[in-house]
Design a protein around this ligand. Structure first.
Ligand SMILES: Cc1cc2nc3c(=O)[nH]c(=O)nc-3n(C[C@H](O)[C@H](O)[C@H](O)COP(=O)(O)OP(=O)(O)OC[C@H]3O[C@@H](n4cnc5c(N)ncnc54)[C@H](O)[C@@H]3O)c2cc1C
Ligand SMILES: *[C@@H]1O[C@H](CO)[C@@H](O)[C@H](O)[C@H]1NC(C)=O
Ligand SMILES: *[C@@H]1O[C@H](CO)[C@@H](O)[C@H](O)[C@H]1NC(C)=O
Ligand SMILES: *[C@@H]1O[C@H](CO)[C@@H](O)[C@H](O)[C@H]1NC(C)=O
Ligand SMILES: *[C@@H]1O[C@H](CO)[C@@H](O)[C@H](O)[C@H]1NC(C)=O
Ligand SMILES: *[C@@H]1O[C@H](CO)[C@@H](O)[C@H](O)[C@H]1NC(C)=O
Length: 357
């Protein structure tokens, strides 16, 4: 540290320009770890701080680096990964990073399409604040609300909600492995979006650690910031450590189907038709479309249009509604299956039926 100060005193600008990144890194490294180790609440810092020399560093970094394009040998790597066990660890990481000029990447589920939660797209030295250990979920029975820490996945929330009552659900991603942190920060939609809107619409309180290390709730952050964190995008306004959400009503059984038509089977005109009805049916009925290349029966390349649906009700009513609004699809009763809402999560996620997880 001393040489840096001396250098700056002698020829501040010239040398700073020439060696800035070198000096900055050399100085911040020591001071950042030193600063963190002074945190009284860090019971055993080796459990929550992973630097590049630690054997676990790579596995911790890669385990939720979902976009492999940002998981190569040339991808800029963090100086350290911090996995807080308490909110005070989050506070000290923010304060120490600021002091040492490290940027912070916040990671919950790691599903960011651009890898923004675990890499840097410029040359700035950075640390990853990985919330994986803050993943507790408390259901407030009687109130139909839940506090969800942001390191939990939405799938974990779905599971605990379904354990609470077969008439409760939560409207968020179809993909159950997305993190509650990034997902609810940006909106979040899934098979109940038509009836209940975005996951962020169900947020009624939050705990956030701001850039000054203060832990704030809805009351103390104020309505403007509370508005911004529900859709303004993760990584913009501070570290959200927990959300309080409203749970929603689901029937004991829902009905689902997945019907596929190739181009030769009229897939493109069905797709065209779907655009006119999809938004104009009962809000209990969700029909999405997936378009993908495939091989047809004679082995020729073709395109497959898959209609994937959930209805908050039974099979009979599902078939009736689709037949009324979308007769061209030719939906049959045997195309549909009845299951609980939590089973429909596995169905949409393509997990095997009745499998162990
Ligand atoms: C396979 C896959 C399936 C998907 N399916 C759906 C879907 O069905 N519906 C849908 O709406 N979206 C879907 N998404 C998009 C997904 O919701 C977003 O990418 C979301 O931001 C991921 O959140 P995360 O916590 O997993 O990601 P992360 O990569 O951890 O974070 C995403 C962004 O939020 C920031 N961030 C993370 N945690 C916090 C926090 N606690 N406080 C503040 N900022 C934070 C990060 O810095 C980053 O900028 C899917 C993405 C993938 C890769
Ligand atoms: C901290 O963890 C390390 C490695 O797991 C262990 O060797 C050390 O004894 C622990 N220290 C304390 C104070 O628990
Ligand atoms: C909570 O949800 C259950 C099941 O959906 C419902 O029966 C009950 O009335 C709800 N309670 C409150 C307080 O909203
Ligand atoms: C929407 O549905 C109603 C009947 O539920 C129908 O009268 C109306 O024409 C539909 N609108 C469009 C744009 O298809
Ligand atoms: C398969 O696709 C080819 C065009 O790629 C088409 O000529 C043929 O009729 C298709 N066969 C079936 C069985 O759909
Ligand atoms: C379809 O496949 C057959 C053999 O399976 C081939 O003879 C024919 O050329 C293919 N047609 C097209 C349009 O690719």
């Amino acid at each position: 540290m001393a040489p840096h100060n001396i250098v700056i005193n002698i020829t501040p600008y010239l040398l700073l320009l020439m060696f800035s990144s070198l000096i900055a890194i050399a100085v911040s490294d020591d001071s950042f770890l030193e600063c963190l180790s002074q945190d009284q609440t860090a019971t055993n810092s080796s459990d929550i701080i992973f630097t590049q020399t630690d054997t676990e560093y790579s596995s911790v970094l890669q385990s939720t680096a979902i976009n492999l394009r940002y998981s190569t040998s040339t991808t800029p790597k963090p100086f350290a990964i911090i996995t807080p066990l308490t909110y005070s660890h989050v506070q000290s990481t923010i304060l120490c990073a600021k002091k040492s000029n490290f940027q912070i990447r916040i990671r919950s589920g790691g599903h960011d399409y651009a890898g923004l939660s675990y890499t840097s797209h410029d040359q700035s030295p950075f640390v990853v604040l990985d919330l994986r250990e803050l993943h507790s979920i408390t259901i407030e029975s009687g109130q139909n609300t839940s506090w969800v820490e942001t390191g939990a996945t939405v799938g974990e929330l779905y599971y605990w909600v379904s354990q609470e009552s077969q008439n409760l659900g939560f409207p968020a991603a179809i993909c159950p492995t997305v993190g509650a942190g990034g997902h609810l920060s940006g909106g979040g939609f899934g098979a109940m979006v038509r009836k209940y809107g975005l996951a962020a619409d169900q947020v009624i309180d939050a705990r956030i650690v701001d850039a000054n290390g203060r832990v704030l709730d809805r009351n103390s952050m104020g309505e403007d910031l509370f508005w911004a964190i529900r859709g303004g995008g993760g990584g913009s306004f501070g570290v959200v450590v927990a959300w309080k959400v409203n749970l929603v009503y689901v029937p004991e059984k829902v009905s689902v189907f997945s019907v596929s038509r190739t181009l030769e089977q009229g897939g493109s005109s069905l797709f065209n038709r779907w655009q006119y009805i999809g938004h104009n049916v009962s809000q209990d009925l969700f029909i999405r479309v997936i378009i993908q290349p495939t091989l047809n029966e004679s082995g020729n390349r073709t395109v497959q249009v898959i209609f994937n649906s959930m209805f908050l009700g039974n099979v009979d009513k599902h078939v009736e509604m689709v037949t009324d609004s979308f007769p061209e699809l030719g939906l049959q009763e045997q195309d549909c299956s009845e299951m609980s809402w939590i089973e429909s999560i596995l169905y949409f996620g393509n997990y095997p039926k009745g499998g162990k997880h």
